[in-house]
Design a protein around this ligand. Structure first.
Ligand SMILES: CC(C)(COP(=O)(O)OP(=O)(O)OC[C@H]1O[C@@H](n2cnc3c(N)ncnc32)[C@H](O)[C@@H]1OP(=O)(O)O)[C@@H](O)C(=O)NCCC(=O)NCCS
Length: 191
């Protein structure tokens, strides 16, 4: 597996990964993230390619923080802030949902100002690996719209394999859409 080009450190108690030449931290979303969440989620690409509420209000950010806590307590959805470890400031978010039957799904966004620094790929690789190792998932899926080239590149950089097109797979913004499916399976991280 090629180096991701950044250090990745999960929150204490979760996992530590190998340093390279930068730093990303995955940490639990907190009240102090509300302003950054609100300002990031007005970005056109985040609205276009994710299911964040729009317009995104403080109450949406507060609900995200609360639901993150509840999801990890239930054990079916693990949401993290992707932060630059030097500042600990929010650069994006990433979610691993446990879909049952050994399958997880990862989704993410990075705020416009922090794109192109390798944050999404590093966070995706680390969280998928954690899902396979700590949650005993057999397979982590990543779904991207066919026109979302950056997200497909993130999948490849994180070590996922492209499997094909899921036709009319999900409704987003009132439209039924095709999605490209990628996966990382347990054998990929062992091999
Ligand atoms: C997709 C997204 C998360 C990428 O975050 P990021 O931190 O910039 O990702 P990385 O830096 O890890 O990698 C991005 C890669 O995509 C490439 N890329 C970015 N925009 C691109 C474009 N328009 N066409 C082709 N490649 C592109 C970058 O060059 C980089 O690849 P490289 O390192 O080989 O040069 C970010 O653009 C985003 O938040 N978009 C809106 C929300 C979204 O699409 N979420 C995913 C839903 S599936």
């Amino acid at each position: 597996m090629p180096a991701l080009g950044v250090d990745v450190v999960l929150s204490p108690g979760i996992e530590r990964a190998v340093p390279t030449d930068g730093v990303v931290t995955l940490r639990i979303p907190e009240e102090r993230d509300v302003d950054s969440l609100v300002s990031a989620c007005s970005d056109a690409d985040i609205i276009r390619f994710t299911r964040v509420p729009t317009p995104y209000r403080r109450t949406d950010a507060e609900a995200f923080i609360r639901q993150s806590r509840e999801g990890s307590e239930r054990g079916d959805a693990f949401a993290f802030v992707i932060a630059a470890a030097v500042t600990d400031d929010l650069a994006g978010t990433i979610l691993l949902g446990n879909q049952g039957r050994g399958v997880g799904e990862v989704g993410y966004w990075v705020r416009k100002e922090d794109r192109g620094l390798g944050y999404a790929s590093a966070a995706t690789r680390l969280l998928a690996k954690w899902g396979i190792e700590a949650l005993a998932l057999a397979r982590v899926e990543l779904h991207a719209f066919p026109e979302n080239v950056a997200s497909q590149r993130v999948a490849e950089k994180a070590g996922f394999q492209r499997e094909g097109l899921l036709r009319s797979y999900r409704e987003i913004r009132n439209e039924r859409r095709d999605l490209v499916v990628f996966s990382l399976i347990a054998a990929d991280i062992r091999g």
